[in-house]
Design a binder for this molecule. Structure first.
Ligand code: ADP
Ligand code: TRP
Length: 327
């Protein structure tokens, strides 16, 4: 089976962009891939986190994966920080990565904007740690959203460079970008992707938002001018809202547009909030049940970490030999 690997940062509750861009595609991959799915807590601390919140978010992340249908018997589900080989390999890769190529990473440029030289070294080296995550496990495909493609390409470049300089060691991974819904845009600004780290919570629908909040956020979502409920290149807001509707109901955008011919924006928004809430309610119940059984959750993560560690240790031993530090 093809080896796939993906990960999410536990920086807040996940939103529907994370769900359609990362979680749902990963769950589908389980059918015909050997999957590793983990919680990148050491990536999360590249920007300040409150320890108690981080701990809670890690548990919610694990619970969300399980509620989504990740099967911990076949998928290796674990916490990044539990397998220290990730940071160890990241250090070795730091020594072959170039400052210039990291400076070109668009996510770093975005996150560092206006902060001058006060951003953490961790944020700068973030893509190198991600490359280590990927390369430790002979990963062949990395399912991610469009915004992470550049990072996976860096992992490829580092694998190729290491193999060239020290001998064939790493599998060169390929990114797998989901076509439809790969990029859900912000409700308050359809030109920017929906993001947990957006300045306003009006930007996203969190998987844990209650029904009233969903109604308020959808009502308040930015719309395009005019009066038609129609997507298209000139209509970014409706393209986004229709994409969300379509992903949740599994109906085509065209069919939804046809249904709403002659109707008001408020009709559409009311219905969209309703389908979102009907979809969220059972999911939230499942997530909460997993979180309430914290010891079971921890046991699942520990078991996953043990499996991951065995592979990671083997690969790291080989890396130490190749670079000449093993005596
Ligand atoms: P966020 O910006 O919300 O913090 P992350 O950068 O942690 O999200 O991304 C986690 C995963 O979710 C990645 O695979 C990313 O590509 C995907 N993702 C994030 N935001 C979106 C979005 N708006 N639409 C689709 N996928 C997304
Ligand atoms: N940087 C990714 C994100 O923000 C998370 C991540 C870390 C990741 N390591 C990874 C994704 C390895 C895929 C594979 O979404």
């Amino acid at each position: 089976m093809i080896k796939a690997l993906t990960a999410l940062q536990p920086t807040n509750f996940f939103h529907i962009g994370n769900w359609f861009g990362a979680i749902e595609p990963a769950v589908a991959l389980q059918r015909d891939h050997k999957l590793s799915m983990f919680i990148v807590d050491y990536h999360a601390i590249t920007v300040p986190q409150k320890p108690e919140e981080l701990r809670k978010n890690i548990l919610f992340a694990a619970a969300t994966y399980l509620a989504a249908g990740i099967d911990p018997k076949t998928t290796t589900l674990f916490q990044q920080s539990a397998v220290s080989e990730h940071t160890e390999l990241a250090w070795v890769l730091n020594c072959i990565a170039k400052v210039g190529e990291l400076e070109r990473m668009t996510q770093f440029k975005d996150k560092a904007k206006g902060k001058g030289e006060s951003v953490s070294m961790g944020l700068f080296g973030y893509p190198v740690l991600m490359a280590a995550d990927i390369l430790l496990y002979d990963t062949e495909v990395v399912p991610v959203g469009e915004d992470q493609k550049q990072h996976v390409e860096l992992a490829r470049d580092l694998a190729i460079r290491f193999n060239r300089d020290f001998g064939e060691t790493f599998v060169v991974p390929v990114p797998k970008i989901r076509e439809v819904g790969a990029r859900i845009m912000g409700l308050d600004d359809p030109m920017k992707k929906m993001s947990k780290s957006a300045p306003s919570a009006k930007n996203y629908i969190s998987l844990m938002d209650d029904a009233d909040t969903v109604v308020k956020k959808i009502k308040g979502a930015v719309t395009d001018s005019g009066s038609e409920i129609r997507g298209g290149n000139d209509r970014p807001a409706f393209s986004n809202l229709l994409a969300i509707y379509s992903l949740i109901t599994h109906r085509s955008v065209e069919a939804i547009e046809t249904e709403y011919i002659g109707k008001q924006y408020s009709d559409f928004k009311g219905d969209l909030a309703e389908v979102l809430n009907l979809w969220l309610a059972p999911l939230q119940a499942k997530i909460k049940t997993f979180v309430e059984h914290e010891n079971d959750l921890k046991a699942i993560l520990n078991e996953g970490a043990q499996r991951a560690r065995e592979q990671a240790q083997r690969r790291m031993k080989q890396v130490r030999e190749r670079i000449g530090v093993a005596l």
